[in-house]
Design a protein around this ligand. Structure first.
Ligand code: ZN
Length: 320
C-alpha cells in the first residue's frame, strides 16, 4: 500500500513535474464483475476498469493475490459491494477511505434486507431495479476523478438504467409464467433473496448469506421436506459454490420417496466468461431468469425491444 507515494515521487523526479492525469489514465478497480461491468459501461473511454474476481470466484472466501494489491495501490478509485460480501478482504477495502466506494452502502435506506440472524444481505445485484440504484453513486464517484467526463458518464448511466428497467420488466413477465405452486427457488447459498422478493418466489437456500458456514444435515432435511411438500420440480447449483450440498439435497429428496431435477448452474456471486453473454451483467440475469423459469415449468417472455441492441452486441438474435 506504500507503493503509490513512492511511485508518484519517482514519476515527479523523472518527469520534472507531475502531469495532470489524462482521462484514460484514470484507473478504477472493481472487486466483482457485477460492479465492473456496469462501471465499464458508464466509464466508456474515460477510465480503465479492472475487475479482481473472475468467473467462478467466491467473493465470500476471497483472499487477495499480490497482483491485486498492485492494482489496488495504483487505483484512483476502488468499487466494492460492501456489507460483508468480500469477507475479510472487504475490511481492508473499507480502510481505503475516500479512495473506495461500497456501492451497496450507497443505496437509499430500506434497500438492504436484514436476514433472520440480523446479518445484512449483500446480494443486491439479483434485483436489477435495486442494482440500477448503484449507477448514480458510481458515476458520481468516477466523475470526481475525471471531471471532464462528468456529463458523458451521467448520460451513459442514464442509458444503462433504461436497459436495466427493461431487463427488470422482462424477468417479471417471465417469472409470472411459472405455475404458482412451483414458484420456489432452492439454491446452494442464500444469494437469491432479492431476486425472489422482487419477482414473487419463495426462496430456500442450504447455506446462509455467506458460504463460510457449511450446510447442516438439518438444513438439508428441512429443505428436502419443502421440496417434497411443494412438489418443487428443480433445485439449482451455483458456479461459485461447491455442488456437494445440493447433491446431498437431491439424495435426501429421493430417500424420502420424492424426485427433483438438478436445474442449470446459476451465476450467483460471479458472472460468466467475459467472452460470453453471461460475462455481462444483463446476460448474467438473463441466464439465471431463463434457467429458473424453464426448470420450474414456465416460458421466458419475448426479449424486450429496448434490449435488442444489447443482444446484437452479444451476437444473440432476438435475445435468444
Ligand atoms: Zn453470496
Amino acid at each position: 500500500m506504500n507503493a503509490t507515494p513512492l511511485r508518484a515521487l519517482l514519476a515527479t523526479l523523472l518527469l520534472g513535474a507531475a502531469l495532470p492525469a489524462a482521462a484514460a489514465e484514470t484507473r478504477i478497480v472493481a472487486t466483482v464483475a457485477m460492479i465492473g461491468d456496469l462501471a465499464r459501461e458508464v466509464a466508456g473511454d474515460c477510465a480503465q476498469v479492472d475487475v479482481l474476481m473472475g468467473p467462478g470466484i467466491d467473493p465470500h472466501l476471497y483472499a487477495p493475490r499480490p497482483s491485486d494489491l498492485r492494482l489496488l495501490s495504483d487505483a484512483d478509485l476502488v468499487l466494492h459491494v460492501g456489507l460483508g460480501l468480500e469477507g475479510r478482504f472487504g475490511a481492508l477495502l473499507a480502510r481505503m477511505g475516500p479512495g473506495a466506494l461500497a456501492v451497496a452502502e450507497a443505496l437509499p435506506e430500506g434497500a438492504v434486507v436484514t436476514g433472520p440472524e440480523g446479518g445484512l444481505d449483500p446480494h443486491l445485484w439479483m434485483d436489477p431495479a435495486l442494482w440500477s440504484g448503484t449507477l448514480r453513486p458510481m458515476a458520481e464517484a468516477m466523475a470526481a476523478r475525471v471531471p471532464a467526463c462528468a456529463a458523458e458518464m451521467d448520460a451513459r448511466a442514464e442509458t444503462l438504467a433504461a436497459e436495466l428497467a427493461a431487463l427488470d420488466g422482462w424477468v417479471a413477465a417471465s417469472v409470472a409464467t411459472i405455475p404458482e405452486t412451483a414458484r420456489v427457488l432452492v439454491t446452494a447459498h442464500d444469494a437469491f433473496g432479492y431476486f425472489a422478493r422482487r419477482y414473487g418466489l419463495k426462496e430456500a437456500a442450504l447455506q446462509g448469506f455467506s458460504t463460510e458456514a457449511e450446510a447442516s444435515i438439518a438444513d438439508i432435511a428441512e429443505t428436502a421436506s419443502l421440496v417434497i411438500n411443494r412438489g418443487v420440480p428443480a433445485v439449482f447449483v451455483e458456479t461459485t459454490v461447491n455442488p456437494r450440498a445440493v447433491a446431498a439435497l437431491s439424495e435426501a429428496v429421493a430417500a424420502q420417496g420424492g424426485a427433483v431435477a438438478l436445474g442449470p448452474e446459476l451465476f450467483s456471486d460471479a458472472m460468466g466468461d467475459p467472452a460470453t453473454p453471461e460475462g455481462s451483467y444483463i446476460g448474467m440475469i438473463r441466464h439465471n431468469a431463463r434457467a429458473i423459469v424453464t426448470a420450474l415449468g414456465g416460458t421466458p417472455a419475448p426479449w424486450p425491444e429496448a434490449l435488442a441492441p444489447w443482444a446484437v452486441r452479444q451476437g444473440i438474435a432476438n435475445g435468444g
